[in-house]
Design a protein around this ligand. Structure first.
Ligand SMILES: C=C(CC[C@@H](C)[C@H]1CC[C@H]2C3=CC[C@H]4[C@H](C)[C@@H](O)CC[C@]4(C)[C@H]3CC[C@]12C)C(C)C
Ligand SMILES: C[S@@+](CC[C@H](N)C(=O)[O-])C[C@H]1O[C@@H](n2cnc3c(N)ncnc32)[C@H](O)[C@@H]1O
Length: 327
């Protein structure tokens, strides 16, 4: 009888814990995505595993494959269908790193990193600024709220467009923020139509950087500024060091505290998330394949941390450029 009671109590506790993980626990910063709502963007549930397998074989392809560049935007689109919900759930609405600031929360450090971009390009009321590779619009909302400039975001991923528009509306910022689905290698904007531009950890997805930078140059007005925070190898990276090459290859093939500390100390959360995702996939709430996507992200976090600790990689190299003013 006693062991039955013990079993019952244990079961009830497990059920309560599961309910808490799945239904209560939201994303780290702004609650908006719950584990029970994890989807794979615009991919239907039964196609997630196939899409993940295709994405993975593309990612692992031999480097020299001819004609690959043209396929990159489609694979990036698939990648963001697979990861967007997991990012929102486990990281928040801003899909980038920030310098960690003593005494500030992750959310505040993220916001400060974003509004610094707006200040650098001199965004102000009445300006029209383009966010190149806007994700679900975390940076766009912080920048619009801070500068009162109009921000137009572009992303290749339809699902992100929908998420960003929903978030903009809920934040009461839809009058200032517009989101467009499109390829930043061929932007659907006229020449000289923006007073400023920024991109946060997005242009690394361009197979040929000159194409995206050429497009940004084209859409800027003469004299306008563009700021980029981007993934780069640092001067410590040695191309003849096998370990360096391994870390960088695995993570990249497709001044405050360390940017990777948030990732490093998230390990317990990853295990918790892994259990949640596995249970949800096993009972059919999350699409099959979600566990593989989540494991891929755990590996990514491990290599990013190693790259940060060794000082051979930075996701926030800053470049500020001005389009020459007309004579
Ligand atoms: C710049 C990119 C994205 C940068 C980051 C926003 C993401 C890079 C790695 C991602 C994550 C890794 C581990 C995940 C964890 C296993 C899961 O439980 C919860 C989500 C993660 C923390 C996830 C969050 C986003 C990242 C930090 C591009 C260029 C790829
Ligand atoms: C890591 S996310 C960063 C999102 C956003 N800048 C942020 O910080 O939250 C990269 C973004 O670049 C977008 N992207 C990648 N390649 C693209 C392309 N060819 N055209 C348009 N957007 C692209 C992705 O869809 C995604 O929104």
């Amino acid at each position: 009888m006693e062991s039955l009671a013990l079993l019952f109590t244990g079961g009830a506790l497990l059920a309560a814990a599961l309910y808490w993980f799945v239904c209560i626990l939201g994303p780290a910063e702004q609650k908006g995505k719950r584990a029970a709502d994890l989807s794979a963007g615009s991919i239907s549930a039964e196609k997630v595993q196939d899409n993940y397998n295709q994405y993975w074989s593309f990612f692992r392809r031999p480097k020299e494959t001819v004609g690959v560049a043209d396929k990159v935007p489609d694979f990036v689109d698939t990648f963001y269908n697979l990861v967007t919900d997991i990012y929102e759930w486990g990281w928040g609405q801003s899909f980038h790193f920030s310098p960690s600031l003593r005494g500030k929360s992750h959310a505040e450090a993220t916001r400060l990193h974003e509004v610094a971009a707006a200040d650098l390009i001199g965004a102000k009321p009445g300006h029209r600024v383009v966010d190149v590779g806007c994700g679900v619009g975390g940076p766009m909302r912080a920048i619009a709220a801070h500068s009162r400039a109009n921000v137009v975001g572009i992303t290749i991923n339809d699902y992100q467009v929908k998420r960003a528009r929903d978030h903009n509306r809920k934040a009461g910022l839809d009058a200032l923020c517009e989101v467009v689905q499109g390829n930043f290698l061929e932007m659907p904007f006229p020449d000289g139509s923006f007073d400023g531009a920024y991109s946060i950890e997005a242009t690394c997805h361009a197979p040929r950087l000159e194409e995206v930078y050429g497009e940004i140059f084209r859409v800027l007005k003469p004299g306008a500024l563009y700021v980029s925070y981007e993934w780069v190898t640092t001067e410590k990276f040695a191309a003849d060091d096998a370990e360096h090459v391994e870390i960088i290859r695995d993570l990249a093939a497709p001044p405050a505290g360390p940017w990777w500390s948030r990732l490093k100390f998230g390990r317990i959360a990853y295990w918790r998330n892994h259990i949640v995702v596995s249970v949800l996939a096993a009972v059919g709430v999350a699409p099959k394949g979600t566990v593989d996507v989540h494991e891929m992200l755990c590996k990514t976090a491990e290599y990013l941390t190693k790259g940060g600790e060794k000082g051979i990689f930075s996701p926030m190299h800053m470049i500020l450029c001005r389009k020459p003013a007309e004579k």
